[in-house]
Design a protein around this ligand. Structure first.
Ligand SMILES: [Zn+2]
Length: 319
């Protein structure tokens, strides 16, 4: 079977899945078995600004994991962007050297099998919907609250990217119900003003703190200050929570997902899970909002696991 077989294998015949998380600084790959048990993982530095080097590194990781496990696997990759339905090329990647490149086709050709690619926030949603905090839920909205802010949708454990590839991209919706001082909001790298990402992200939290105090702090330091009861940190985290609640309310009003799952550095802030459910009803149409808001079970590994689960387990019985 192996060796001179040239056509792309569309199925997951081996039962092993390889997921690759292509980040701005690291590329992580992991192999899981059919039950989702981790077999092996490996990470390398991202060859920044080097497209061919990035493809070679991803291919090299697959070969390494297959050599070490002695098995072949299906391959999925999460990227900080998406593949345009129109052009077949990567768009919206903040790792800009990927933009305009046919990454899925180049990986598929190099590996001799179909490689699936999805946005990293969609991978979070798929991971958590498959065997994570939102296991078995019908519609899962995944949110990454890291340096920036991303979102993704999984329906029955599958990515819902939509015909424009922008399903879940709430980070570039404007902050809803802005106060006078929030209007028009900071300029976003996407060219618009007042995007959610500018407010509800590590970067946004640090900027807000600096605006109030004149002091530069990292988001992590602000959160530590909040947990210690420091007045200004409490004030900016309170604002962050209110903005998150407003943003989540518009997602409920448009999609009404069964659950929100949060990943990224800010998702470790336990106060969010007490505070957000209490704040939602004030903003959701009709005032009813019981949507669970959960922390990602697999934390930072959700992206790479979700990439692996882009090849779902078809033998799984519906829950
Ligand atoms: Zn934007």
């Amino acid at each position: 079977m192996l060796g001179n077989e040239k056509e792309l294998r569309p199925t997951n015949e081996a039962g092993m899945r390889i997921g690759i998380d292509l980040g701005g600084t690291k590329i992580e790959a992991l192999a899981i078995d059919e039950q989702g048990e981790e077999l092996i993982r490996h990470r390398v530095d991202t060859p920044r600004d080097d497209y061919k080097g990035t493809v070679d590194a991803m291919v090299g990781l697959v070969h390494l994991l297959e050599a070490k496990t002695g098995r072949t696997g299906s391959v999925g990759a999460g990227i900080p962007g998406s593949i345009s339905e129109k052009t077949g090329l990567v768009k919206n990647a903040n790792s800009t050297w990927l933009n305009g490149r046919p990454l899925d086709k180049d990986l598929s050709a190099a590996l001799g099998r179909e490689v699936r690619i999805a946005n990293d926030a969609n991978c979070l949603a798929v991971s958590e919907a498959t065997d994570g905090a939102a296991a078995g839920k019908h519609v899962v909205f995944g949110v990454i609250l890291g340096t920036g802010c991303g979102g993704g949708v999984a329906i029955d454990g599958r990515v819902h990217a939509g015909p424009n590839g922008t399903g879940g991209e709430w980070g570039h919706n404007p902050l809803p119900w802005p106060t006078d001082e929030e209007n028009p909001g900071p300029l976003c790298y996407c060219g618009k003003r007042g995007c959610m990402e500018m407010w509800v992200s590590g970067t946004g939290l640090a900027r807000d703190y600096q605006e109030i105090t004149g002091q530069r702090r990292t988001a992590r330091e602000v959160i530590a200050g909040f947990e210690a009861g420091e007045t200004n940190a409490v004030r900016v985290v309170d604002r962050l929570e209110d903005r998150l609640a407003r943003g989540f309310a518009t997602i409920i009003n448009s999609l009404d997902p069964d659950v929100f799952v949060l990943g990224g550095g800010l998702s470790l802030t336990q106060h969010l899970y007490e505070s957000l459910p209490k704040r939602l009803p004030a903003y959701v149409f009709g005032g009813e909002a019981d949507t669970p808001i959960l922390q990602a079970r697999f934390g930072d590994s959700s992206g790479v696991r979700g990439a692996a689960w882009l090849w779902p387990n078809t033998r799984q019985v519906p829950r």
